[in-house]
Design a protein around this ligand. Structure first.
Ligand code: GLC
Length: 803
């Protein structure tokens, strides 16, 4: 039943490429053509973004999609001109080139270099008679010599996708994800192409089952196909991965600013079964001085798994419990599944039925299948009315004090047969626009998450919603963060987490994480310690495990593992100012938080295969150990100077080195001259420190570098009105002279500190330091110097004479 093992395209039918076309008019930024019964449009939505639509058999153009947040684009000066036998639609940055007989397209940058060209023979077209559900469509592009592919959303295999076959169809796969699995819970039909350092992106926007053949069958072409519908695709011209992601997330929406607490350490279990257990866990964190901000309630908090209810035997007073936990500094997040138990005495169910909110069988009956509660009905999230109703139902959780919502099983995952999803002929009544499930399948998860986010915003308009989702479609980052579902407590899955999160980051989903320690199976001390060394560097850091497995909390395996987990989680808390700055960068520009090396060094092709290491922002490189019993591993350091985070040892890249990484000292490298804003080292036993200090840690080396610091109130939306503080930090070293410049503070937020400590390393000693020309006392340590500066809004220039 499950489709995860398929790795061959579903073929059949006769492929009919588009033939000759005639121009059929120009409307503002779009050019229309006709090719037989197909209407084809090319539009420039931004200077570096084109949209192509091919609508077959007389169907009118239609671009509305769950993927797209900015359907209209922005005003772009375009010109259309004759180009040889064909036409070109030009923007100030790029050009779509169209040959008319037959109709084929390619794109070119302002230097005339072409990319993303149609396959001359096959172009785009339909497969006649290929499927009873409608004619499949396909787009064939030429693969240039040396072109390599990345992205494709959530995957089990490595970072690079060249030569692979990818299926996009959301499923809840069976336990033990391996590289033989193709599709998982989310589908993001987005490709990032790189060739000799030049990037472009392509979003193939079709919410049915999609397949990509990325030069697997033929090394000189790729095939992007869907089981029906029309062809709509977007070309992001780049030329850097950063520019591609910026434009991609402009189109599909940016990751909203999360509340600051969402960056903290989080602890989950299927399930903490009653209030006593939840209290016990919360106390253990504080007693053991292990930081944690969020505890999870999995399905057992509900009354018979009825969503939006509480089991009053296990949780007699959720409000009291949650407020008590709040006093200790914990937030509570609760799970919500889409299946609504069919039960005449359950008002959520009967209300949904009376309003016609559920999906239907082709015969017009309520569609039912089994999930945790037994027989369930399933809300039709394609309807705005249903989403509003669903969102409002979260009141039952928020009223008790719950802070966030965890949307699970939303592929949707069904139990009959096991690991199945809805049949394609199930009907979504929509708001008067019924659609078959097969047409909208991949959006079900995103739309559920959207309902949750909008519900939370409506119920608590002053707070930033916190929503997690397992399933979704392109653009899901607008609604929720994504965790990657049910991994296993395997070393292989610790490795897999790296390419998995890098692929997601390259596909717009920057706020993501895997279950730390692994979900299925029994973890052990060493695996948990290594998993935590990696896990604390994830954008979303949550330890979670399945029923029936051994406990997996950070202290579960005793020493030395508990101390390693504590040290790593405390490191995450020190890194919070840096992480929060990265979230803001992501929110503003779409740059992934956990990013592949190729994002920072696209010119360096060695990085294209480096998927067992990654960058956290632009200033830290991490190379986790993912095998038991070893302390050494290979690390590739790209161009530039790097400093080992623990020892301060210095390396000149590009270099392949052997790192020594005993437990508790994961291989982390700081990039020279890029300041790392760090919070205080402190205890997490419950006492509140008087003031949170801030350190700017800089490893100085010949040359220059930059980073930033972003702060705001940590929740709410005042930052949109300018209540934030952002400053650029640059560092230049020329011989013994180090100049650190804290740019003027942008925004009106006052971080409320008196001082900032500049901690400069990579030197032997220092003779003198001035702050805006005034001499300051030095605190010298081995290989470092610290200088205290007062926190003030204006530009601050620090000059250090190093020895
Ligand atoms: C699914 C989720 C998992 C959760 C379990 C019970 O398997 O992926 O995280 O614990 O359901 O709700």
């Amino acid at each position: 039943m499950t489709e995860t093992y398929e790795d061959r395209p579903r073929t059949g039918g006769d492929y009919e490429p588009l033939g000759a076309a005639q121009p059929a008019g120009q409307k503002e930024n779009a050019l229309r053509l006709r090719a037989g019964s197909a209407t084809v449009e090319v539009a420039a939505l931004a200077p570096d973004l084109f949209r192509v639509g091919a609508f077959f058999d007389g169907r009118p153009p239609e671009y509305a999609s769950e993927a797209v947040a900015a359907p209209e684009g922005e005003p772009v000066p375009v010109s259309v001109h004759q180009r040889g036998e064909g036409l070109a639609l030009s923007t100030p940055e790029a050009e779509a080139r169209i040959s008319l007989s037959p109709l084929r397209m390619s794109f070119a940058d302002s230097s005339g270099r072409t990319f993303c060209a149609d396959d001359p023979e096959l172009g785009m077209g339909v497969v006649r008679g290929g499927s009873p559900a409608g004619d499949p469509v396909a787009l064939y592009k030429r693969r240039e010599e040396g072109e390599r592919y990345f992205g494709c959303g959530e995957r089990t295999s490595g970072l690079e996708k060249t030569g692979s076959y990818q299926v996009f169809w959301n499923v809840d796969p069976p336990a033990g994800h391996t590289a033989a699995f193709n599709n998982l819970y989310t589908s993001i039909p987005f490709l990032l192409s790189l060739r000799g350092g030049r990037a472009y992106g392509l979003l193939f926007d079709n919410t049915r089952r999609v397949e990509f053949d990325l030069a697997r069958e033929d090394p000189a072409r790729i095939r992007l196909g869907a089981e029906g519908g029309d062809i709509v695709y977007y070309v992001f011209c780049g030329p850097t991965p950063r520019r591609v992601l910026e434009r991609y997330t402009w189109l599909t929406g940016r990751t909203p600013m999360p509340p600051l607490w969402a960056l903290g350490n989080q602890q989950s279990r299927w399930s903490y079964a009653d209030e006593e257990e939840v209290r016990r866990i919360s106390r253990a964190f504080r007693e053991r001085d292990i930081p944690c901000d969020v505890l999870y309630l999995d399905i057992d908090y509900m009354d018979g798994y009825r969503v939006f209810t509480w089991d009053r035997d296990r949780f007699p007073d959720p409000r009291g419990l949650i407020s008590e936990l709040g006093e200790e500094g914990f937030r509570v997040v609760a799970i919500v599944d889409p299946g609504v138990k069919v039960d005449e005495n359950y008002p959520v169910y009967t209300e949904g039925r009376e309003n016609g909110f559920y999906c239907l069988t082709p015969g017009g009956e309520e569609y039912r299948n089994a999930v945790w509660p037994g027989v369930c009905a399933f809300p039709d999230f394609t309807s705005a009315r249903v989403r509003e109703w669903w969102g409002g139902n979260h009141r039952a959780l928020l009223d008790e004090g719950v802070s966030g919502v965890w949307c699970d099983m939303n592929e949707p995952s069904l139990f009959i047969p096991e690991h199945s999803t809805m049949p394609p002929d199930v009907v979504h009544p929509g708001d008067g626009r019924p659609r078959l499930h097969g047409e909208v399948h991949n959006t079900y998860g995103s739309l559920m998450a959207r309902a949750a986010r909008e519900g939370l915003l409506g119920l608590r308009p002053g707070e930033r919603p916190f929503v997690i989702t397992r399933a979704g479609y392109a653009g899901l980052q607008r609604h929720a963060l994504q965790w990657t579902g049910d991994n296993s407590s395997w070393w292989e899955h610790l490795w897999m987490a790296m390419p998995q999160l890098q692929n997601l980051g390259l596909s717009g989903v920057a706020f993501c994480g895997v279950d730390v320690g692994g979900f299925f199976g029994d973890c052990d001390g060493e695996l948990l310690a290594r998993f935590t060394e990696f896990g604390v560097l994830q954008p979303f850091c949550r330890n979670h495990s399945a029923k029936g497995t051994v406990p997996q909390e950070p202290w579960a395996f005793g020493e030395p593992y508990e101390s390693v987990c504590r040290k790593m989680i405390k490191l995450r808390y020190r890194l919070l100012p840096y992480l929060y700055t990265l979230f803001e960068e992501c929110h503003r520009t779409g740059a992934p938080i956990l990013r592949p090396l190729l994002f920072e060094f696209p010119e360096d092709e060695t990085t294209y295969a480096a998927d067992d290491e990654f960058m956290l922002g632009g200033a830290l490189l991490a190379a986790p150990i993912t095998r038991p019993g070893i302390e050494h591993r290979h690390v590739y350091l790209p161009e530039g100077t790097w400093f080992h985070f623990w020892s301060g040892e210095r390396f000149e890249g590009p270099a392949h080195i052997l790192a020594h990484a005993p437990l508790g000292e994961p291989a982390l490298y700081a990039r020279a001259n890029a300041a790392l804003p760090l919070g205080p080292e402190k205890s997490h036993t419950g006492e509140r420190p008087a003031e949170d200090s801030l350190t700017l840690l800089i490893h100085a080396a010949e040359g220059s570098g930059s980073s930033a610091l972003y702060e705001d109130e940590g929740d709410g939306f005042a930052y949109r009105e300018g209540v934030y503080a952002r400053r650029e930090i640059s560092c230049r070293r020329a011989g013994g002279r180090i100049t650190v410049r804290l740019g003027e503070r942008e925004g009106s937020y006052d971080p409320g500190r008196r001082e900032v400590v500049l901690d400069v390393r990579g030197i032997r000693g220092a003779r003198r330091a001035t702050v805006n020309g005034e001499e300051r006392p030095l605190r010298l340590g081995e290989g470092r110097v610290a200088v205290a500066l007062e926190e003030r809004p204006g530009e601050t220039v620090v000059e250090i004479e190093a020895t």
